[in-house]
Design a protein around this ligand. Sequence first.
Ligand SMILES: O=C(O)[C@H](O)[C@@H](O)[C@H](O)[C@H](O)COP(=O)(O)O
Length: 256
Amino acid sequence: MTNERRVLVHADKQTLAGAVAARFITKTVDILDEQDAATVVLTGGTVGTSVLEAIRESPARDMVDWSRVHFWWGDERWVPKDDPERNERQARDALLDHIAVPAENIHPFAASDEGIDLQAAAARYSEEIAEAAPFGQPLPRFDITFLGVGADGHIASLFPANPSTSEDGANVLAVTNSPKPPPERLSLTRPVINSSERVWLVLAGPDKASALGLALAGASRDEVPVAGIKGRRRTVFFVDREAAAEVPENLIAPSY
Ligand SMILES: O=C(O)[C@H](O)[C@@H](O)[C@H](O)[C@H](O)COP(=O)(O)O
């Protein structure tokens, strides 16, 4: 199988979430057959959260040995720990609080009410990522990284025409001018995201069609950040029909 970006189209958002959940469970079981642990990077956003809910509701859920799965985040909103807008809070409600994953396997960003400022929170997460890396390696092996995609083509908290989007000298960014509220966020940088073995992008709805079409047609990664995303082994766009409206036919994988 090549590392070319693949587009898998599903009838609607609910079907998409169910299909991604099933694929995630199967792939994670396979990874754990070959490795001691599986490392997953979660995304915020409604589609990413729907996928976590579908994993929770899957009858196959506990085929995964959750004790060997680690969870990180691609980005986080700079809000208090228990704010319902916090990606960690939404992921715990959707899945993490419902599976037997050890607390020490969950690696959230700091929250705005934990006594450090945004810049220090970015530095701390960058250090935690580096500390989790195998000896001699700069980064952990991220086996699956989920990303939602904004209508403007943003991924994580990397937004168009924003100098921080092309920042590649750090692992984690402090974002202070996000066009998507809240304005202050924390985000992995593009090189860290692209260090992932697999990047799974999940998007649904007609408002995503333009960004996806542009990205696959070769748009600038600074103008359409999702255009600059590519995993080391696999890059799969899981989309619904509405989001696929501007995807060239030859890029759409046959649906079984
Ligand atoms: O913290 C966030 O807001 C997300 O990480 C963000 O990147 C999100 O994934 C996209 O905006 C898509 O969101 P939807 O899936 O809700 O369209």
